[in-house]
Write a protein that binds this ligand. Structure first.
Ligand SMILES: Cc1cc2nc3c(=O)[nH]c(=O)nc-3n(C[C@H](O)[C@H](O)[C@H](O)COP(=O)(O)OP(=O)(O)OC[C@H]3O[C@@H](n4cnc5c(N)ncnc54)[C@H](O)[C@@H]3O)c2cc1C
Length: 603
């Protein structure tokens, strides 16, 4: 590892710095290395602990192993329809075309996927996908993906700065010049001199109280990009996964994989009704079974039957569950029943869903092979993120790239299950290559970090230690999470969104005077104070865009504007930091025009 200590501050120089060591960051770093770059990966948790490790169900790729009639065109169509046609068509196309090759490559690098009887990579069913196309490793696919990528990155000798958080980006002449970070353990600062930064920081779930996301998902990449001058799109679209645990309270929100439904599980209300048949929207009527008999036949004969309504896209299922609970047909702990016990043999459940079996046994004392689970919606994924060029993942800021969950456009208004892991691989590779090509193109004329900017970043990071008598960041975070859950959750109205925006203003005022005690050595209160700045700005983006979009589409449901609106279906909402740098500006932008040959798939 290179670098020298100057005045107590470490300094390193790279061609490409990747912020984040999830699937997107690791794949980008490998691509940058393979393209000849000197590359570093910086991540705020330990290597191997990124959120990707939690992914359960699988990677969507039209390899055609289960259904030879599957191909990229069908996957592209499913992705666009799942996103309610708001996706960036070019990203959806590239993703569908390149995902199979990225999965095969992962296998070449040592990933051990589950197999079909004839030795091919097994592919399972998931909501919104016409054919079984999720390559998987039991319900621990993310673990295998991270293990494989991490092993390769380490073998290639890529430098990794772990437990190290990036808090600022530096620019010179409008282009990226470097990044500023601190070691979480010592609190010491680091400057990275680099012309290319790839943000791969994941999502924003920790802004909500009930979430499947871990502590790291505080929207850092979203906020870093905005502060550097980039735009975010689609921020109103937050995916509430239909099936999170609702009991016990300590694990409320923890994910119950969609594979439970893909493998035969059904949803029932407290009256024992399989209620999803009452919630099939017109848009999906032609391809969804409308009787229990047809739905059940589909598991064995997919060619001659339509899909069960439990496998509608996540936004539809989450809204249906929410309605049943609101109508008083919920379970004792405020959820709905997810039943696989009465549908599949115990050995099948234990083999296909080993993590779910243990999760419920250990955390809720429920044996899912013998009794139903209690589940309810949980904040899971953000479709919105940094606006990027589809082919290179470069943002509007020269030298700044974004990939994975922190980028926007690929999933439109709603992501299909399995499409995130494919997204990480396809666009991680593209971003790593593009960032390296740009760095190489600069020759000896790289933008230089201004020392005044380093000083400013240091002052800003230490600001919470300078305040006296203010509030603790934990109290503000907890109030923000409750407010976002109550006012910007699964069902939204103008009055609640307006209330949320004024609450966010109040949280911002409180955050200005928040105080942290102690010193810089491993100080979680200080870490949270820095993360909270990002959570607040990202929450404002979500609430502001949600108020502006007067329709219901995908992961954005307005009680006062039920149903989609054709005019809104033609545009994105774009958010930027305002001129003062303290709030959010918003404007509309037409969607990129889809070429006629692709429009043909939706005729
Ligand atoms: C429980 C669960 C199950 C899921 N199952 C599936 C599935 O089966 N299929 C599917 O397609 N998708 C699934 N998803 C979604 C998918 O896992 C995520 O969208 C995806 O893993 C995100 O990957 P990423 O590389 O963008 O970010 P992550 O994997 O979250 O990595 C983010 C990285 O950024 C680092 N970081 C963040 N901020 C900073 C900072 N300021 N400085 C330095 N480093 C920083 C973190 O430390 C981490 O290393 C699931 C999600 C969850 C929560």
């Amino acid at each position: 590892m290179s670098g020298d200590a100057r005045g107590g501050m470490e300094r390193h120089s790279y061609d490409v710095v990747v912020v984040g060591a999830g699937g997107a960051g690791l794949r980008a770093a490998i691509a940058a290395h393979d393209s000849g770059a000197r590359v570093a990966v910086v991540c705020k948790s330990l290597l191997g602990k990124a959120h990707t490790v939690m992914a359960e169900g699988g990677i969507a790729a039209s390899m055609g192993n289960a259904y030879p009639e599957d191909n990229w065109e069908v996957h592209f169509r499913d992705t666009m329809r799942g996103g309610k046609m708001l996706n960036n068509w070019r990203m959806a196309q590239l993703h569908a075309q390149e995902a199979p090759e990225r999965v095969m490559e992962l296998e070449d690098w040592g990933a051990l996927f589950d197999r079909t009887e004839d030795g091919l990579i097994s592919q399972r069913d998931f909501g919104g996908h016409k054919y079984a196309r999720l390559a998987h490793v039991g319900d621990r696919t993310g673990l295998e993906m991270i293990r494989t990528l991490q092993q390769r990155a380490v073998a290639l000798g890529i430098d990794v700065f772990m437990e190290c958080t990036v808090t600022d980006l530096f620019k010179a002449d409008g282009k990226i010049a470097g990044a500023f970070a601190y070691w979480r353990e010592s609190g010491r600062f680091i400057v990275f001199d680099t012309p290319s930064v790839i943000l791969a920081t994941g999502g924003i779930g920790k802004s909500f109280k009930v979430t499947s996301n871990s502590w790291e998902y505080t929207g850092d990449g979203h906020a870093l990009a905005m502060r550097a001058g980039a735009s975010l799109i689609n921020m109103e679209f937050v995916q509430f996964h239909p099936t999170g645990m609702v009991w016990p309270p300590s694990v409320k929100g923890l994910l119950v994989t969609e594979s439970v439904r893909g493998d035969g599980g059904i949803l029932k209300n407290s009256e024992g009704e399989r209620f999803m048949f009452d919630y099939i929207p017109d848009f999906f009527k032609d391809e969804t079974a409308d009787t229990i008999e047809e739905a059940d036949r589909w598991y064995d004969d997919k060619k001659n039957n339509r899909r069960p309504p439990e496998l509608l896209p996540r936004d539809e299922v989450a809204r249906a569950i929410n309605s049943e609970i609101k109508a008083g047909r919920g379970t004792p702990h405020g959820g709905i029943y997810l039943d696989i016990a009465s549908r599949r043999a115990p050995e099948f459940i234990r083999k296909r869903l080993p993590s779910m079996y243990h999760q419920f046994k250990e955390l809720a004392d429920v044996d899912i092979t013998a009794e139903p689970m209690e589940i309810g919606p949980t904040c899971h994924y953000v479709m919105g993120g940094v606006e990027v060029d589809a082919d290179t993942q470069q943002s509007e800021v020269t030298g700044l790239y974004a990939v994975g969950e922190c980028s926007g456009g690929m999933h439109g208004s709603n992501r299909l299950g399995g499409n995130s892991l494919g997204d990480l691989l396809v666009f991680g590779k593209r971003a790593g290559e593009a960032a390296t090509a740009y760095a190489n193109s600069l020759g000896d004329t790289r933008p230089q970090v201004d020392e005044a900017d380093v000083k400013a970043a240091q002052t800003s990071a230490l600001a919470p230690f300078e305040v006296e008598g203010g509030e603790n960041p934990y109290t503000i975070q907890s109030d923000l999470q409750q407010s976002m859950n109550d006012l910007v959750g699964i069902i939204r109205t103008a009055s609640e969104l307006e209330e949320s925006l004024s609450e966010i203003e109040a949280f911002k005022a409180r955050a200005k005077t928040m105080v942290v005690e102690g010193h810089r050595q491993y100080n979680p209160g200080w870490h949270l104070a820095l993360d909270l700045r990002n959570m607040l700005i990202v929450s404002e983006c979500i609430a502001k865009a949600a108020l502006a979009r007067e329709e219901s589409r995908g992961g954005h449901t307005r009680d006062d504007f039920p149903g989609p609106n054709a005019e809104w279906g033609t545009k994105n909402l774009v958010v930027n930091l305002d001129a003062e740098g303290t709030g959010v500006d918003l404007h509309e932008k037409p969607l990129p025009e889809m070429p006629d040959e692709l429009k043909g798939y939706f005729a």
